[in-house]
Ligand binder design. Structure first.
Ligand SMILES: [Fe+2]
Length: 279
């Protein structure tokens, strides 16, 4: 039997919320320690990802000193890395901290860019409204997206954006979601070569399928948004197990997505011994 083609592997990290050295996020979470553990986790995966994508909220308040520490921590990652901003980021400070990441400056105004060199063409979007928690894709940004998607209909494409274009039922997060998701979807509907839309913001693994397109959010390597599907639940987080997503794509099999938990766990234990399935 012919062995299947090796899938393209994408490790997704999101919502790192790095603060200045020694400071705790919300006075509770040591996000720098969590990112160190996350990077060690990625480096220890049995299969080495082809790329890493970081889908926003890279820092907690978008300050230069936070990006300074982020840069130092990410320096341990020995894989191609693509970052986008979230509502906790600041475009100019992000660009200034990573001068060698030229893609951050592809668009003069927004941190939107296209990466051509992988089996999946990456189209990254900037949903940030400075000073606000919710996101939007204005006419300019949507026009840019439509143009990029029109240019290469022959190329399977991955879209990255911080604010997800779907309701999650976590009320306080949907309240600060993407303001104009229907406009975004109206662009996508003409472009069946889009394979997936990977997002952050929710600090949880959430998936949906919209017109055959896989859409998901990522857990955080630090703190997670509490699972509460009420419209008016409190805005709070839980120290549930930190995680990354490991996505696999191939032209033959399409999209597949795993959640990989960061931490020390018992095992591995075998299912079988010399007598067969262990009873
Ligand atoms: Fe976040």
């Amino acid at each position: 039997m012919k062995s299947p083609a090796k899938p393209f592997l994408i490790a997704q990290i999101s919502d790192l919320h790095i603060k200045a050295r020694g400071a705790l996020s919300y006075r509770v979470v040591d996000t720098a320690r969590h990112l160190r553990e996350c990077i060690a986790h990625i480096k220890g995966l049995k299969q080495r990802p082809d790329i890493v994508v970081a889908t926003g909220d890279l820092t907690d308040f978008g300050r230069p000193e936070e990006y300074g520490l982020l840069r130092e921590l990410l320096g341990e990652l020995d894989l191609p890395l693509y970052m986008i901003p979230g509502n906790h980021d600041e475009r100019a400070n992000l660009r200034a901290a990573f001068p060698e990441h030229a893609y951050l400056r592809q668009h003069p105004e927004f941190v939107q860019y296209v990466i051509e060199e992988w089996p999946l063409r990456i189209v990254a979007l900037d949903t940030v409204i400075p000073g606000e928690s919710g996101g939007v894709l204005c006419e300019k940004r949507l026009g840019w997206l439509a143009q990029q998607l029109r240019e290469r209909p022959d190329r399977p494409t991955l879209v990255l954006m911080h604010h997800p274009p779907f309701r999650t039922l976590i009320g306080h997060m949907d309240d600060i979601g993407l303001a104009n998701a229907p406009s975004f979807k109206a662009v996508l509907v003409n472009h069946p070569h889009v394979q997936a839309v990977l997002c952050g913001h929710l600090h949880r693994s959430i998936e949906t399928v919209w017109r055959g397109i896989f859409m998901s959010t990522s857990p955080s390597p630090a703190h997670q948004v509490a699972l509460d599907l009420s419209a008016d639940g409190p805005s709070c987080f839980m120290m549930e197990p930190p995680a990354i997503r490991l996505h696999a794509w191939s032209a033959e099999d399409g999209w597949l997505s795993h959640t990989s938990y960061i931490g020390k766990f018992d095992g591995p234990y075998p299912f079988h011994d010399e007598g067969g399935l262990i009873d």
